[in-house]
Design a protein around this ligand. Structure first.
Ligand code: ADP
Ligand code: MG
Length: 240
C-alpha cells in the first residue's frame, strides 16, 4: 500500500532523511518511533507530499507521490492524516468539520455527508456533541473527531503523527482505543507514536529512526525482544 524507497531529504544543507526504505502492506499496522528530531514527522509527511523530498520514490497504492503528473489533492483525499494538534476548523461545528471535505472534495450530497459523518461520530462515542464547536470539547474528544473526519473520506490508509502526545494522560486511552479498533478492523496504518502499549497490542512491525536513518525495521516481537541497535536499546530503556 505504501512503498518508501531510498528517500533522501534536505532542509537547506541539513540532511533530515537518509536512504529511508520501508513499506506498509495492505492491512498492516506499522509503528514509527525514535528520539525527537530523528525525522519521524518528516518521513510520514513525505508519504502524502506535505513535505517534498529530493531523492528516492514513494508510492501509495501504486501511485508515485513525487511524479509531476500525480493528482496530489486526489491522493491526499484518500490518505487520512491525524496530527498531534487535531487541526479541526475552530470556527465550524463538529458536524461541519465532518462534512465539509466530503461535500467539497468528494462531491457527496449534504445528506449523504451528514449520514456518514454522524455515523462515524457515533462510532467514536461523540454523537451528542455534533452541534458543538471544537473549542467546547476536550483534547481527547477533539482528537476522536479528527479521526472520524479522516475516516469520513473512506481513506485507503491512515497516517498518524503522535496523535496522543498533546493530550492529558487520562485522555490518551480514549484515543488509543479508537486506533486499536481501527487496526483490528484491518485499516492500513502508519503511526508515529511512543505509546508502546499500542505497539505491543496491534503493531505488525516497528520502525525505529535515529538521525534521519531507519535503524530498525522489524516485527514487534523482534523489536521488543532483541532490538539490534544500541541506540534503540537506550531509547526503549528510557520509555518503557
Ligand atoms: P521528529 O518528528 O522525529 O521529532 P522531525 O521530522 O520533526 O523529527 O524533524 C527532523 C529534523 O528536521 C529536526 O532536526 C528538525 O529540527 C528539522 N526540521 C524539521 N522541519 C524543518 C524545517 N521546516 N526546516 C528546517 N529544519 C526542519
Ligand atoms: Mg515529530
Amino acid at each position: 500500500m505504501i512503498d518508501i524507497s531510498n528517500v533522501n531529504k534536505w532542509y537547506g544543507n541539513f540532511q533530515v532523511l537518509t536512504d529511508c526504505t520501508t513499506s506498509v502492506k495492505k492491512g498492516e499496522v506499522v509503528v514509527v518511533c525514535g528520539p525527537s528530531g530523528s525525522g519521524k514527522s518528516t518521513l510520514i509527511k513525505c508519504v502524502n507530499m506535505l513535505e517534498p523530498f529530493q531523492k528516492g520514490t514513494i508510492t501509495v497504492d501504486g501511485i508515485s507521490v513525487g511524479d509531476k503528473g500525480t493528482d496530489l489533492p486526489k491522493l491526499r483525499s484518500r490518505v487520512g492524516m491525524v496530527f498531534q494538534h487535531f487541526e479541526l476548523f475552530p470556527h465550524l461545528t463538529i458536524t461541519d468539520n465532518l462534512t465539509l471535505a466530503q461535500i467539497k472534495v468528494l462531491g457527496r450530497s449534504k445528506d449523504e455527508a451528514m449520514a456518514k459523518g454522524l455515523g462515524l461520530l457515533d462510532r467514536v462515542g461523540l454523537k451528542a456533541h455534533a452541534h458543538k464547536f471544537p473549542g467546547q470539547l476536550s483534547g481527547g474528544q477533539q482528537q476522536r473527531v479528527a479521526i472520524a473526519r479522516a475516516l469520513s473520506m473512506d481513506p485507503i490508509c491512515m497516517l498518524f503523527d503522535e496523535p496522543t502526545s498533546a493530550l492529558d494522560p487520562e485522555m490518551i486511552n480514549e484515543v488509543l482505543d479508537v486506533m486499536v479498533e481501527l487496526a483490528q478492523e484491518g485499516m492500513t496504518m502508519m503511526c508515529v507514536t511512543h505509546e508502546m502499549g499500542f505497539a505491543r497490542k496491534v503493531a505488525d512491525r516497528v520502525i525505529f529512526m535515529d538521525k534521519g536513518h531507519i535503524v530498525e525495521d522489524c516485527t514487534k516481537d523482534d523489536f521488543f525482544g532483541t532490538p539490534r541497535s544500541e541506540r534503540a536499546q537506550q531509547f526503549l530503556s528510557k520509555i518503557l
